[in-house]
Design a protein around this ligand. Sequence first.
Ligand code: DX5
Ligand code: ZN
Length: 216
Amino acid sequence: MKILSPSILSADFRHLGEDVKTALNAGAQWVHIDVMDGMFVPQISFGNPVIKALRPDTDAVFDVHLMIEEPGRYIESFARDGADVITVHAEACRHLDRVIQQIKACGKKPAVAINPATPLSVLNYVLDDLYMVLIMTVNPGFGGQSYIPYCSEKVRELKEILKSRNLKTLIQVDGGVNLSTIEEARDAGVDVFVAGSAVFGGDIEANVKALLAKIN
Ligand code: DX5
Ligand code: ZN
């Protein structure tokens, strides 16, 4: 089954809890939570208290995308506060394997994100340990950017690699996913679609239904 994971970065924080519930009630399955540190990416977004505040509201999978330098410093705290899938950037970890093992040791699902310019080969030796790979389809840091077309090719290549290695690892895309681009991503073989502005800009319920209709 294809999964829609709305990114709360584009939500209206004045009524975040309500907006997340609206997206989930409309059929979105996960919640994508973008944590930014102002170092790995230019912007600072939010951190543990927001995850902790949302957690009692739902059992939906919390898909926590850590755009922070050396995320190994914070794995335990995000695990404790309610993350289910924890995604770290290959580019931000000096010791990627160690961080993946930390996530597993906390009983959470490990995922690794790679920026558009980062080759798939950084994943070669850790792929067997991953629940999901996040192929960034924009340069991370902001919502509302345009989908970079060559990233679909990376998704296709990854799909082939997973097949040849007999792995069930999920493929996620994040950035510029909207009604005009989601089918291209679907056709490339994506399992989990992150969408921020395309969900939280305007009528949330209608947006979720329209996006789900395109992927299923
Ligand atoms: C970008 C974030 C995304 C962002 C996506 O750095 O990781 O999750 O919120 O926003 P849209 O869907 O608007 O491109
Ligand atoms: Zn994200």
